[in-house]
Write a protein that binds this ligand. Structure first.
Ligand code: SF4
Ligand code: SF4
Ligand code: SF4
Length: 180
């Protein structure tokens, strides 16, 4: 019995040493400039900058691949902040990436939801909860208003509302779909 325990102990120690070595060997070094740029971005994860999220856009700015005026949710103030950080001249937002809009959050018209789960798969910040064939709900505090959940909804039952209108308001009715 004792030899078996000794072997198990030795194997556990070896495994621990290997894991420790791998953690050091393959540790991902984070670029401090990417971190600083990323902190200035709105974290909406909407993709309007043509990158799949704020961090990839921050990486593209840091590498010189992307310009600083591609983020509509950040607005002109965001461009100015990036310009200051990078020691560049501010410039107007590039309209090819969209325009500045007032803040919104998504709201699911729950009576119309068929529980297909497509919106959950589309949401980049896990702000939607629900199960298959069950009504779904948006966690408003997590929603960035990125609108990415709207196109996949087959019954158009997700609407955008101003955040200030949420408390105590009845859920609006979804617009009926065009059958033309
Ligand atoms: S447009 Fe702005 S908020 Fe949207 S993903 Fe790109 S950096 Fe993030
Ligand atoms: S719920 Fe919709 S609008 Fe809100 S963050 Fe998720 S995908 Fe974007
Ligand atoms: S995509 Fe639309 S119908 Fe499907 S679960 Fe989401 S809100 Fe409900």
């Amino acid at each position: 019995m004792a030899p078996a325990l000794a072997v198990v102990g030795a194997l556990a120690a070896l495994l621990g040493a290997l894991l420790g070595w791998a953690a050091v060997r393959f540790r991902v070094q984070r670029d401090p400039m990417v971190e600083r740029i990323d902190r200035l971005l709105p974290q909406t994860q909407c993709g309007q900058c043509n990158y799949p999220g704020c961090r990839p856009y921050a990486q593209a700015i840091a590498s010189g691949e992307a310009d600083i005026n591609q983020c509509p949710p950040g607005g002109e103030a965001g461009v100015r902040a990036l310009a200051e950080l990078l020691g560049r001249e501010p410039k107007p937002l590039n309209p090819e990436h969209g325009e500045v809009k007032p803040p919104v959050v998504a709201l699911i018209v729950e009576d119309d939801c068929i529980g297909c789960t497509k919106c959950i798969l589309a949401c980049p910040v896990d702000a939607i909860v629900g199960a298959a064939k069950q009504m779904h709900t948006v966690i408003a505090d997590l929603c960035t208003g990125c609108e990415l959940c709207l196109p996949p909804c087959p019954v158009d039952c997700i609407v955008l509302v101003p955040p200030a209108r949420r408390p105590g308001e009845p859920a609006p009715r979804a617009q009926s779909r065009s059958t033309v």
